[in-house]
Design a protein around this ligand. Structure first.
Ligand code: TXA
Ligand code: MG
Length: 314
């Protein structure tokens, strides 16, 4: 199969929607990372998403929808979901909500759970595709399972070329880390730090989130310790790199830098591209050494991704 690269214009979006209607897979830009989209109601399309990524079937997918009415058709939307939807949708937030009966979703999407993860993306190309397709799109990040997430169309092609029908090239993703996932099937819980800072979610809820590390946190399926793995080994919190190391700075100029000015928003937007570039510049036995990044705001999502990139590989 030859993967088509589509322009994000009317013709490209119409072509992408027609591929999706015939059960094919299209990588689409979102404001966080590129997603590998397929019809969330079609068992075969959803099965192909798992197959193209080499993703374990027990790891459920996020359903992408155009508006809150579509959300109400799939899930129970309580007052806290309403509050977060009002504050952050469309945008880089995913809510895990109780799944309703008779939704028409493929059971593969939710991996048989009684909850469903839902997001309303803000990216104009993703929104145009949802409108043209007219149904729910299941979309995990468009990378082989366990590898670095894609923030540009060529990152998608690096990992999935020949395995999917098309990629819509919408340029680099503005946020650069995946959505924040909040579980709302019990007390609000931060299941994955991401593009909306946890502090902003707590402010909108008016109460604290259950945070990762808290024993009360429900275990999120499929969150594996090793993820976002480049080829080279990764070391964290390094101010003075060794002679064989590729250093990635934060807050000071360097050949590779997440943000020379120490801006966390810029660092998140650069993260996955710099990780790929630093990997390319590192010899087979070398390693990549990251400077420390503060654990506040988007820093929480950046450090989460870096810890997984540095984790022992299976
Ligand atoms: O920004 C994003 O969220 C991107 C873009 C494409 O939207 N998508 C993304 O998908 O990051 P993925 O598949 O790479 O990550 C989805 C995460 C997984 O960790 C999965 O376990 C979790 O969402 N998830 C999905 N359904 C869930 C559920 N019902 N309960 C708990 N976690 C769930
Ligand atoms: Mg992913």
């Amino acid at each position: 199969m030859q993967t088509e690269v589509l322009k994000p214009d009317t013709g490209g979006i119409a072509r992408a929607a027609s591929i999706l209607r015939s059960g094919g897979l299209v990588a689409m830009p979102t404001e966080t990372v590129y997603g590998l989209a397929g019809d969330a109601r079609d068992d075969r399309a959803v099965a192909r998403i798992f197959e193209a990524k080499g993703r374990p079937r027990f790891n459920p997918l996020i359903v992408h929808l155009p508006d809150l009415d579509a959300v109400r058709g799939l899930a129970d939307v309580g007052p806290e979901a309403e509050a977060l939807a009002g504050a952050f949708w469309p945008g880089p937030l995913t809510l895990v909500l109780p799944l309703r009966a008779e939704t028409g979703l493929s059971p593969l999407v939710t991996a048989g759970l009684d909850t469903v993860a839902i997001r309303l993306p803000a990216h104009p190309v993703a929104r145009a595709l949802l409108a043209a397709f007219g149904g729910p799109l299941a979309a995990p990040s468009a990378n082989p399972s366990g590898r670095v997430s894609p923030t540009r169309a060529d990152h998608v092609l690096d990992g999935l070329s020949g395995r999917i029908e098309a990629v819509l090239d919408g340029g680099p993703c503005a946020v650069g880390v995946e959505s924040t996932i909040v579980g709302l099937d019990g007390p609000p819980a931060l299941l994955r730090p991401g593009g909306v800072p946890a502090e902003a979610i707590e402010a909108a809820l008016g109460r604290p989130l259950i945070l990762p590390g808290d024993p009360a946190l429900p275990k999120a399926p499929g969150q594996l310790a090793s993820h976002y793995a480049p080829r080279a080994r990764v070391r964290l919190g390094v101010d003075r790199p060794g002679p064989d190391e590729t250093w990635v700075s934060f807050g000071v100029p360097a050949r590779f830098s997440l943000s020379e000015s120490g801006d966390l928003v810029e660092a998140a937007a650069n993260l996955f591209h710099i990780l790929r570039e630093a990997d390319r510049a590192t010899p087979p036995e070398g390693s990549i050494a990251f400077a420390p990044v503060p654990e506040t705001g988007l820093g929480r999502a950046i450090n989460d991704r870096l810890r997984r990139a540095a984790a022992p590989r299976p």
